[in-house]
Write a protein that binds this ligand. Structure first.
Ligand code: GAP
Length: 444
């Protein structure tokens, strides 16, 4: 994990938030490469979960949430973790994460045994709306994106004219005042979710739960996460939310242990029923064919953007060996990102920076590829070092413009370049005019 955290900072994937002021615990900023990686992940999720389906539409709900919504959903009363205080070092700790020695609970910070009784701690962030400070002005930062989907169910149904089963998808920020944020970005206080609420008839619920579990596993494979590090936990009834008829956790083997990436839950009609009761508004569905009116059930695949980014980074990290400038083997750090999510798809190198014709040609190639893929131009240092820099950030392809490109080694090679593959380190000679089709075809 140390190597990964250090690479993330060194190469601009992830920084501690407010770092120059000592950092804000549990909050992270994504640097230039992390932003690209995260955007690629979100775009691919949106592509397969919304755009490529007839039965899913999108929503972009507000973060600030009416307290009545979260009262109805149960978050105001029960979205809590058990917390204890250490009277010795004053640390606030999650009661379910305490160390134990000879059956005695201990503070993991100082080893102290003088701990308070556990009490519930609500994880929601509260804020005030407007100038007045009375209790009626309280609003919450949403703890999940799901609730705005339930609250807008009727509006979306009316405008999209979808028939069951159909889903509403959303990607967006969520906030939880975690007692112990830890494991880098894994447990943060501000994070993003990619959630789908898939509405159906009650009798379809269990089959759709199995269907979505399969679809979601396929998604992780398609973004390059190795199947052998993915695990499915069938959450036992005693650990499920009381309204859930089935929940699967998709877990990933992080360097700090096997942990949840996504929950796929059959939530029955609990949320819609709660909002019907609390708002008095009809959030039901009329089936034109059977002339029945009922409250749909829902299956929810709910994934964390930041956790998936972390899994992508952990899964991609590799070390092998490659020859240096003098042909001596040296250790190479290589991020083996799937080209689909790689922050930069292709690096463009003129062989020498002081040869005007090489630089001009390389800039031409850059302009040719830019409308199709994210490219990076680099003319600094020996070519081997430039390859290494790109390997370390997971760029799958590199194009080098050399003297053959200029026609100096035979007319037949004019306007051809070398295309280098990050993983095999093999190079092939290809025509510049073919690059805009060739590289994207290797990415999709
Ligand atoms: N709507 C259901 C829901 O929010 P959840 O299991 O609490 O379910 C879903 O959260 C996903 O959100 C998790 O599987 C995880 O990927 C992500 N997530 C939850 N809490 C998080 C945190 N503190 N930091 C980063 N990601 C988190």
């Amino acid at each position: 994990m140390e190597k990964i955290v250090s690479l993330c900072k060194r190469r601009g994937f992830i920084f501690q938030s407010s770092e120059i002021y000592g950092g804000l615990n549990g909050v992270w900023d994504y640097g230039p490469l992390g932003t690209e990686l995260k955007n690629n992940l979100k775009q691919y999720w949106w592509q397969v979960m919304v755009r490529e389906r007839d039965d899913v539409v999108g929503l972009d709900g507000a973060i600030l949430t009416h307290p009545a919504v979260l009262k109805a959903s149960g978050h105001v009363d029960t979205f809590t973790d058990p917390m204890v205080d250490c009277r010795t070092c004053k640390a606030r700790l999650r009661a379910d994460q305490l160390a134990e020695k000879n059956g005695v609970r201990q503070c993991p910070n100082c080893g102290g045994k003088d701990l308070t009784e556990a009490r519930p701690f609500n994880l929601m962030f509260q804020t005030q709306m407007g100038a007045s400070a009375d209790p009626a002005s309280i609003a919450y930062l949403r703890p999940e994106t799901a609730q705005s989907i339930f609250v807008q169910f009727k509006n979306v149904l009316d405008v999209s004219r979808k028939k069951l089963p159909f889903g509403i998808a959303q990607i967006g920020k969520a906030f939880r005042n975690e007692i112990n944020p830890r494991n880098f970005t894994f447990r943060s206080r501000e994070f993003e979710q990619m959630e789908l609420e898939y509405f159906c008839r009650p009798e379809q619920g269990m089959d759709l739960l199995a269907y979505w579990l399969k679809e979601r596993i396929r998604f992780y494979e398609e973004i390059g996460i190795s199947r052998k590090r993915l695990h499915v936990l069938d959450v036992p009834e005693t650990e499920r939310a009381f309204y859930s008829k089935g929940t699967f956790d998709i877990e990933y083997e992080f360097p700090f242990g096997r942990q949840e990436l996504e929950g796929v839950a059959y939530r029955t009609d609990y949320d819609l029923q709660q909002h019907i009761k609390a708002s008095g508004k009809p959030l039901d569905y009329f089936d034109e064919e059977t002339k029945e009116r009922f409250v749909p059930h829902v299956v929810e695949p709910s994934a964390g953007v930041d956790r998936t980014v972390l899994a992508l980074i952990c899964d991609a990290y590799d070390e092998d060996s490659a020859p240096d400038e003098k042909g001596k083997m040296e250790t190479r750090i290589v991020m083996r990102f799937h080209p689909r999510v790689a922050p930069i798809k292709c690096a463009i190198f003129p062989l020498l920076r002081n040869k005007e014709a090489l630089v001009a040609k390389a800039r031409e190639v850059q302009a040719l590829l830019r409308p199709h893929i994210n490219v990076f131009y680099d003319e600094g240092g020996a070519i081997g070092r430039r390859y290494r820099r790109q390997d370390e950030i997971g760029t799958p392809f590199g194009v080098t413009i050399d003297f053959e490109t200029l026609g100096e080694k035979g007319e037949e090679l004019r306007d051809t370049v070398t295309l280098r593959d990050r993983d095999s380190m093999k190079q092939e000679r290809v025509a510049i005019k073919d690059l805009p089709q060739l590289i994207p075809s290797k990415i999709r």
